[in-house]
Write a protein that binds this ligand. Structure first.
Ligand SMILES: [Zn+2]
Ligand SMILES: [Zn+2]
Length: 466
């Protein structure tokens, strides 16, 4: 049997691995590669295999870098089932349609430029119709329930503790030709212990081969408690000043965690009560999915729900903002208040309007809770630029800019090493994916030191025979 690493190989995004066994083919993830516009378009557009020949797709979780190219795979002829957990399916429902809209807008933007230069128009990578077609192929498989992938291959999903519905995939492959049975695990993205709402990543066992993420293979995260405490302090100070606290946040996971934490701190008296607005259509939809899956929460979140006798993503001071008009009414409201809005790196979306309206008032706070990519407005603000451009207009940054670093949804080096070393013994080889070279090499060294015989960091499109 063979595995070919068609994405997230020597980089983080674009998770996509093709497994061939017993004359069948199945894919692990089909994510979007994210980079500069031109490279992204080319890399995502073409598959180096024929999607029509793939029998099944197993999806680890709904993040764009794992699920975002599925509509294109379907557009190019894939018609098999897409098996994922029910929560991932519900999240993918909103995320793929949102992603299709972004693809359509991107193509429109490029085509305006192309028209000026007399160049031919491009087609979006996929559109809403393609996303809808893809969603019809989704089939739910709950955690801890073995199912057939293709003849001779069964799989089972275990909670990865990374985002709601995220899974570690355990595959039992009956390699008839070689007369042996192989157990292959695919980590997907591995979460952190003690993340609010989510359960800790599952420790699986008896694995022969492992495909494993390495995003933070060279880093140690600040503790979650420290992040919580920082959040409390920043919000408390801003509330005292009577200002607005604008939090650019990813719509999936982070926004819900913030709502949960603010609710918890207000309930316990750690923070005074003040209005909180979630102003991102995607975050509002995703929160709905979070509310529907209370049985997936960790014990602490279930206990909290029990204590307050209602849903943890709803409290009297919280408003989920719907229309753009409703969003605009926030401009005229006086602080203190928290506005959680997307995009997380301030590149698009309603966050830009909130920044434009609030950035020049020293009473306000802009609070970053995630890593900011180079060349984004978010990065410029985090680096304390004195003036920034928003919608082509220049603004003085007078608001107080704060950064909390402890919020990653990924395990750090210790988390990854502990998780992988629990498989020591039967484990023959680890393939590291979903990481830049420096973290992957650092993690590889730690795993070898820990006694794992072989650790390999494959190239893009490289095939490994097992
Ligand atoms: Zn992820
Ligand atoms: Zn990922």
């Amino acid at each position: 049997m063979e595995i070919t690493f068609h994405g997230a190989a020597r980089t983080v995004t674009g998770s996509q691995h093709l497994v061939q066994a017993n004359g069948s083919k199945f894919l692990l993830d089909c994510g979007l590669f994210q980079g500069s516009r031109q490279e992204t378009y080319y890399r995502n557009q073409y598959f180096v295999y024929d999607p029509r020949t793939v029998d099944t797709l197993l999806l680890s979780h709904a993040h764009t870098d794992h699920a975002g190219n599925i509509p294109n795979l379907v557009k190019k002829g894939f018609s098999g089932p897409i098996k994922t957990t029910p929560a991932s399916r519900d999240l993918a429902n909103y995320m793929l349609l949102d992603s299709a809209r972004i693809q359509e807008n991107d193509a429109e933007y490029v085509n305006k430029k192309n028209a000026k230069r007399g160049d031919p128009p491009i087609e979006p990578l996929y559109d809403s119709k393609d996303a809808e077609e893809a969603l019809k192929l989704f089939a739910n498989v709950p955690y801890n329930t073995p199912f057939e992938v293709v003849p001779g291959v069964t799989a089972e999903y275990f909670d990865a503790g990374h985002i709601l519905g995220s899974a570690i995939t355990l595959l039992d492959i009956d390699d008839a030709k070689a007369g042996r049975k192989i157990r292959l695990a695919f980590s997907g993205d591995i979460g952190r212990n003690n993340t609010p709402i989510l359960r800790d990543p599952t420790i699986v066992s008896d694995v022969d081969y492992l495909i494993m993420e390495s995003t933070y293979g060279d880093r140690t995260h600040k503790s979650r408690d420290e992040a919580q405490d920082q959040l409390r302090r920043v919000v408390e100070e801003a509330v005292e000043r009577g200002g607005k606290i604008i939090i650019p946040s990813f719509a999936v996971g982070r926004a819900q965690e913030l709502v949960f934490s603010l609710n918890f701190m207000m309930e316990s008296g750690a923070l005074p009560r003040f209005p909180v607005y979630v102003d991102s259509p995607l975050a509002v939809n995703v929160s709905r999915v979070f509310r529907a899956y209370g049985e997936l929460y960790d014990q602490a979140a279930q206990d909290f729900a029990e204590d307050i006798q209602h849903d943890v993503f709803n409290f009297p001071e919280l408003t989920y903002v719907g229309s753009a008009d409703e969003s605009k009414t926030l401009n005229d409201k006086k602080g203190p208040m928290v506005i959680i809005s997307a995009s997380g790196m301030c590149e698009t979306g309603r966050i830009l309007h909130h920044l434009r309206n609030n950035i020049e008032n020293p009473r306000n706070t802009i609070l970053f809770v995630s890593w900011q990519a180079p060349d984004t407005l978010g990065r410029r603000l985090v680096e304390k630029a004195p003036r920034v451009k928003i919608f082509g207009e220049s603004f003085d940054v007078k608001a107080n800019v704060q950064v909390i670093n402890g919020y990653s949804a990924h395990a750090d080096q210790t988390g990854l090493v502990d998780w992988a070393l629990s498989l020591k013994g039967r484990l023959k080889k680890v393939f590291l994916v979903h990481g830049e070279p420096a973290p992957a090499e650092a993690l590889a060294a730690k795993l070898r030191e820990g006694g794992i015989p072989e650790v390999y960091y494959p190239n893009l499109h490289e095939t490994a025979s097992l």
